[in-house]
Design a binder for this molecule. Structure first.
Ligand SMILES: [Zn+2]
Length: 72
């Protein structure tokens, strides 16, 4: 368990991460706070690598689990 900045417990979930340019990475494991909606990504470095690769390949949507299974 992880505590949010608001003091409530954050839940570990698999969810979509949306970037400003429209890229979506699906099924990213991360923590989310039900109370204030704050997200916390422990794998941010890996997410950024995937985002970089997706942009090179001009993808608009990638699946985190598929991507990590294939290339890591
Ligand atoms: Zn919170």
């Amino acid at each position: 368990m992880k505590n949010c900045v608001c003091g409530n417990e954050m839940q570990f979930i698999f969810g979509d991460v949306k970037f400003n340019d429209g890229l979506v990475i699906k099924n990213v494991p991360h923590y989310e706070c039900d109370y204030c909606g704050e997200h916390s990504y422990d794998l941010s470095t890996k997410i950024l690598k995937i985002a970089k690769k997706a942009r090179i390949e001009k993808l608009t949507e990638v699946d985190f689990l598929e991507f990590t299974k294939e290339r890591y």
